[in-house]
Design a binder for this molecule. Structure first.
Ligand code: AMP
Length: 174
């Protein structure tokens, strides 16, 4: 079995969570399995294509789990994009609509220096609203966005269309 097949087999589909009509991709069985978690990080790290990455940016909350491990592996810093009201220092904000709701994300104003090479990582690309909001925040800080990497892409939701102009890579596509 290939590494990606093994990861797909471990993902648990949970119907009607957090609301009716959503099939939630539960990645906790991957996290709980040492070999699968390592392989998910291996595959996400490979999306950097060997380019020097200064900061790996992770999106609240499951994105943090993958992005922080990727940052450590790539010898980069980790930067969180958080939901409104969680970051203590001065922030930039961006609002967006989610597959299941509306939200605002924030980034510390001093989190990234002008021209730093950034890899944006999240667990899942659905409608693309969350990642597009994060990209807007990174653009405001003058980050050099090398790529956007997801463990899972729900391609039927066409999230990629909201992220044009940046290389997008997904490990598992549905
Ligand atoms: P979106 O902004 O629609 O691309 O939504 C992406 C964010 O919502 C990601 O950070 C995911 O963690 C979460 N998300 C959206 N849809 C799902 C789903 N079907 N299963 C698991 N997580 C999801």
């Amino acid at each position: 079995m290939s590494a990606t097949e093994a990861l797909k087999n471990a993902i648990r589909d949970v119907a009607d969570f957090p609301k009716a009509g959503i099939v939630f991709k539960d990645i906790t069985p991957i996290l709980a399995n040492a070999a699968l978690f390592r392989s998910s990080i291996d595959l996400l790290c490979a999306t950097s294509g060997g380019q020097k990455i200064d900061k790996v940016v992770g999106i609240d909350a499951r994105g943090f789990i993958f992005a922080s491990a990727v940052a450590d592996r790539l010898g980069a810093g980790f930067v969180p994009v958080r939901k409104k009201g969680k970051l203590p220092w001065k922030t930039h904000q961006a609002s967006y609509s989610l597959e299941y709701g509306e939200s605002i994300v924030e980034l510390h104003q001093d989190a990234i220096s002008l021209g730093e090479n950034v890899l944006l990582v999240d667990d899942l690309l659905a409608t693309g609203g969350t990642a597009a909001a994060a990209v807007k925040l990174l653009d405001e800080l003058g980050a050099n966005l090398i790529g956007i990497s997801f463990l899972i892409e729900l391609s039927f939701l066409k999230g990629r269309e909201k992220l044009t102009g940046h290389p997008i890579q997904s490990i598992l596509t549905y």
